[in-house]
Design a binder for this molecule. Structure first.
Ligand SMILES: Cc1cc2nc3c(=O)[nH]c(=O)nc-3n(C[C@H](O)[C@H](O)[C@H](O)COP(=O)(O)OP(=O)(O)OC[C@H]3O[C@@H](n4cnc5c(N)ncnc54)[C@H](O)[C@@H]3O)c2cc1C
Length: 341
């Protein structure tokens, strides 16, 4: 019997690849390829962008799950191996070694996502700084906000930091956003639009601190005492770090695959090993011209998963990325960035 296609991950990239594969098989009346999906989390399907607009909508973490893992596995005809740690990918033997045993593959898809970047912060509350890049992270953040209105210090005035700031104030909380840059979304939009966004959010309860950074988070009598590099000190109930993501490359690197900022893939989303593919936040699209080849957004995942499904079913299809605008979910001042790369 042929070994299955093994997919590692259960985020948008993994589940979209499964869905596109099944769609193509149905369209061309093909026999179903065996697929095994291995992931570190429980495999529930949710739309990650909803994590930064759930508070305004009063949605709980459980309500953000659009399809539970078991239902996804059943409807997509996938063998799900959830809550699993991967020890190693043995690329020569085409085996993924995990704490639940070894899984042989015919083709392997890496949909490993990215991890929040953390910067060193002094103080005895630095280990209480949160990041939100998964539903599990959001559940922890959400629990900290329960009860009375809270004040949240947000490190980073980029896309995720601004979206959380807007969502927090719409959810009845307040926020202080801290960024070394001179303005909000400085890497993505022009100065005028930044100033408009800042002006719209300030009266709703967002305080901006630009040109400075969080240097210390100290346990205080009332929550966490936050010290900035410019000497300002204020209290917060929660500190949220939103300073960016780093693609998860270690497994690939250890397997001998070419990695740079992400796992380097060609137009067929093939890594330096012809049997291993990668897409989504963990991938670096080496063929895309320009400086930034990591595309941590939904649209690139959709295009990549469609092309990859065809390639995996024996019809190699190079991925082509069109212009992919990104909508910044700041309802106080909605912004669309024409192309973030
Ligand atoms: C708060 C927030 C809001 C966003 N809003 C938008 C938006 O409005 N528009 C937009 O375009 N983009 C948005 N994004 C980005 C977008 O959601 C991501 O680009 C996309 O979801 C990435 O999907 P992924 O499958 O590549 O990664 P992930 O969803 O991170 O999935 C990675 C998977 O890999 C698994 N995994 C990782 N390491 C291992 C391992 N060693 N072993 C086993 N499993 C492993 C994880 O458990 C997870 O299941 C947002 C992101 C965040 C955090």
């Amino acid at each position: 019997m042929t070994a299955p296609i093994v997919i590692i991950g259960s985020g948008l990239a993994a589940w979209s690849t499964v869905r596109e594969l099944r769609k193509l098989e149905a369209l061309s009346s093909m026999a179903l390829q065996p697929i095994t999906l291995i992931c570190a989390d429980n495999g529930d399907f949710y739309a990650k962008p909803t994590l930064s607009n759930a508070l305004a909508q009063k949605r709980t973490p459980a309500q953000l799950v659009t399809t539970p893992a078991a239902k996804m596995a059943e409807t997509q005809n996938v063998t799900l191996v959830a809550n699993t740690s991967i020890h190693k990918i043995n690329a020569a033997a085409r085996v993924v070694q995990t704490d639940k045993g070894d899984f042989s593959y015919d083709r392997l898809v890496l949909a490993l996502g990215a991890s929040p970047i953390r910067v060193p912060v002094d103080g005895d509350a630095s280990d209480r700084i949160l990041s939100v890049n998964s539903l599990t992270d959001f559940a922890i953040f959400h629990a900290k906000l329960e009860g009375s209105p809270k004040h949240v210090a947000i490190m980073g005035a980029g896309l995720i930091g601004c979206e959380f700031a807007n969502d927090l104030v719409l959810g009845g909380h307040t926020a202080s956003v801290v960024d070394p840059a001179p303005r909000a979304l400085a890497a993505l939009i022009d100065e005028g639009t930044s100033l408009e966004l800042q002006a719209k959010l300030a009266p709703l309860g967002v305080t901006w601190h630009f040109g400075t950074a969080v240097s210390q988070a100290q346990q205080g009598l009332q929550g966490i005492s936050v010290t900035l590099t410019n000497g300002k000190i204020f209290d917060a109930d929660v500190v949220l770090s939103a300073i960016g993501l780093r693609p998860n490359v270690q497994l690939a690197k250890d397997a001998g695959l070419t990695t740079d900022r992400g796992i380097v893939v060609n137009e067929l989303l093939q890594t330096s090993n012809e049997h291993i593919f990668a897409l989504g936040d963990c991938a670096q699209y080496g063929f895309v011209s320009g400086k930034i080849q990591v595309l941590p957004y939904v649209m690139p995942v959709m295009h990549a998963s469609r092309a990859l499904a065809s390639t995996l079913l024996g019809k190699p299809q190079p991925v082509r990325f069109p212009a992919m605008p990104v909508r910044v979910k700041t309802p106080a001042h909605p912004i669309t960035v024409a192309s973030p790369v």
